[in-house]
Ligand binder design. Structure first.
Ligand code: UT7
Length: 323
């Protein structure tokens, strides 16, 4: 059977780092509150000329270099983002153009913080259906541009950045020993819309809008939803937490990450955490965290890695990958 195998990874961050201390001068907050409640110490903020497309293209180039491939080898560019450069065309076609590609196809996927898991599952389906042979799957965001910088309950939480993986269709045996994506479980429930949304859009207000969140309400649902899809991925593959080498969660809040790992009996030594450095970068957070753990040698070829995310919608999902 066809498996979608990870061939390369890359990341890109804006030049500017914003510390918790700097936020103290913008809103009524403190480094202590932010660290204690979220684990975040700093985030990167896009400056002039840095956009979702420019960061995504930089991450894509890095992933191609890491894979030893060129844009000619890619036939699908899939971008997970909620902060596109334009309402249309898709940021993915902008990135395709920046890579000098006029072949293949490119499109965006919008599932907020779960976007990267949705995009990986979608690319996997396209590769297995024979629509494409190699895909660039990119998570890229500039949430700083949809934040209300006077709202301390949200502006301290988010950051900008991009990460990318190259997926390649390869022949597998159909067992858990195969390299590649072994399982994906995606969920959504639109009845939670008001708990995390942007109060604008082309068809409603004609404006871009600002992010609004009832943090406590999101928090209440997060651990249960995350553990539910991870357990579904374990059940569908006959694996358990003991088989896992790494959990790479969406990086929203250290307390959510720790709570989910504890409930699943996954030791914290097996959990990749970058929320302290990046803040919540929505669809970019998983590929950014992967890039850190791949670059420092923690995640190795053959490792069993669980990805998970939960966010606006609500949307949530988990994916089991043999690296
Ligand atoms: O990626 C998408 C998914 N999003 C998430 O996963 C976010 C989920 N939610 C969270 O991570 C947490 O709910 C937050 C980090 C947003 C908030 O933490 P919390 O422990 O739920 O705090 P809270 O909202 O219950 O607020 C506690 C207190 C409040 O004051 P009172 O009412 O107790 O007097 C807030 O007004 O903290 C206050 N507060 C702040 N204080 C200093 C809220 N924001 C701040 C702030 N600085 N930035």
């Amino acid at each position: 059977m066809i498996r979608s195998v990870v061939r390369g990874y890359g990341a890109a961050l804006p030049k500017r780092v914003m510390s918790n201390r700097e936020l103290e001068s913008l809103v009524d907050t403190s480094d202590e509150w932010i660290v204690q409640r979220t684990g975040i110490r700093q985030r990167y903020i896009a400056g002039e000329g840095e956009t979702t497309a420019s960061l995504g293209a930089a991450a894509a180039r890095a992933a191609l270099d890491n894979a030893g491939l060129t844009p000619d080898d890619i036939d699908l560019v899939l971008v997970a983002t909620s902060t596109p450069d334009n309402t249309f065309p898709a940021t993915a076609v902008d990135i395709q153009n920046r890579l000098g590609m006029t072949h293949g196809y490119a499109f965006d996927m919008q599932a907020v913080c779960t976007g990267f898991v949705y995009a990986m599952a979608t690319a996997d389906a396209h590769l297995r259906a024979g629509l494409a042979k190699r895909a660039l799957v990119i998570g890229a965001e500039t949430f700083s541009r949809i934040l209300d910088w006077e709202d301390r309950t949200t502006c301290v939480l988010f950051g900008d950045g991009a990460g990318a993986l190259v997926l390649e269709a390869s022949e597998g045996e159909g067992t858990n020993a195969d390299r590649g994506i072994l399982a994906a479980h995606l969920r959504s429930d639109g009845s939670h819309k008001e708990k995390l949304y942007v109060d604008g859009g082309p068809s409603s207000t004609g404006t871009v809008g600002h992010l609004r969140m009832e943090g406590r309400e999101v928090f209440k649902h997060a651990v249960g939803m995350i553990t539910d899809v991870i357990e579904a991925a374990f059940a569908s593959t006959g694996t358990t937490a003991d088989d896992l080498d790494w959990l790479v969660p969406h990086q929203a809040n250290r307390r959510i990450i720790d709570g989910s790992a504890k409930k699943l009996a996954i030791p914290l030594e097996k959990v990749v955490v970058t929320v302290d450095q990046h803040g919540n970068t929505s669809a970019a957070s998983i590929p950014l965290a992967l890039s850190v753990a791949l670059a420092d040698g923690r995640i190795k070829k053959g490792d069993l890695v669980m990805l998970e995310a939960m966010g606006g919608g609500f949307t949530w999902g988990a994916m089991l990958v043999r690296w």
